[in-house]
Design a protein around this ligand. Structure first.
Ligand SMILES: Nc1ncnc2c1ncn2[C@@H]1O[C@H](COP(=O)(O)OP(=O)(O)OP(=O)(O)O)[C@@H](O)[C@H]1O
Length: 249
């Protein structure tokens, strides 16, 4: 199993009050899966993603990524671990306007002291998949939101990390650009990239091969796509949400 989240609990303590953001989370992600975590605002999605991304620590429980207990990584090794094991795609792209798109994409490889030839080779490999060959010399402020997100995805996968994490990756995009970005995730998954995406969008979740539903800090339901089309899976996700709401879950 690539990612193993066991018994994870997270309590925030601020100014004398306690908030239990995650009560008890247990799930795993196998290599090659595309998993979506769905939940409403405040359900604990970002908290969970931040813990998996090693930006935060659980109050209880463990996260193993590629066999490593992330709580055991030394402080001075954590940035390297993130670069090698994880790619990040955020809602608001997080690309740097002072760098060209190409330099944005190559940044993680530069930080890893990669060979220039190897960087070019990787860039030529992934640019056509993402359809960004003509955008490389431009700057992020010269391209559209959907194109910026494609640049951000290129940056996330340039080092070929085993796990791609996405936090509401279509949250800032119109529906056409959202479909393109989700289609790209699906294509990357077909090319064997493992993806974990958190979202509140049924449309986004319907591109995944498995959907976990989170509420009040627990995973309370799970759906597998099987052989279904996006549309059929979308309908099943909607039905599940209605049924669970009717039951008061
Ligand atoms: N740093 C923090 N300190 C205290 N409480 C926090 C902190 N971060 C989140 N919380 C609380 O933990 C709970 C879960 O929040 P979280 O941000 O994980 O939800 P979410 O599902 O990602 O929501 P959204 O979709 O709005 O981003 C909420 O009740 C939130 O108020």
């Amino acid at each position: 199993m690539l990612l193993d989240v066991k018994n994870v609990k997270k309590v925030y303590k601020t100014r004398g009050t306690q908030t239990t953001a995650l009560q008890q989370i247990d799930f795993g992600v196998n290599e090659g899966e595309f998993v979506a975590i769905m939940g409403e605002s405040g359900s604990g999605k970002s908290t969970l993603l931040n813990i998996i991304a090693t930006f935060d620590q659980p109050s209880q429980g463990t996260v193993h990524l590629n066999g490593t207990n992330t709580a055991k990584i030394k402080k001075n090794k954590i940035a390297q671990f993130r670069r090698e094991q994880l790619g990040f795609v955020f809602q608001d792209f997080n690309v740097l306007d002072t760098f060209s798109n190409k330099d944005n994409i190559l940044l993680p490889m530069v930080l890893s002291n990669a060979d220039i030839k190897e960087m070019e080779r990787r860039l030529q490999e992934i640019a056509p998949i993402l359809g960004i060959q003509n955008l490389l010399e431009k700057y992020p402020y010269e391209i559209s939101g959907g194109q910026r997100q494609r640049v951000a995805i290129a940056r996330a996968i340039i080092t070929n990390p085993p796990l791609l994490l996405a936090d509401e990756p279509t949250g800032a995009l119109d529906s056409k650009s959202s479909e393109q970005i989700l289609g790209l995730f699906k294509e990357l998954n077909r090319l064997n990239k493992t993806i974990l995406m958190v979202t509140h969008s049924i449309q986004a979740a319907s591109y995944a091969s498995r959907v976990l539903f989170i509420k009040d800090g627990v995973v309370y339901h799970e759906l597998y796509r099987g052989e279904e089309s996006n549309q059929a899976f979308n309908e099943r996700i909607s039905q599940s949400l209605t049924m669970l709401a009717d039951r008061g879950v």
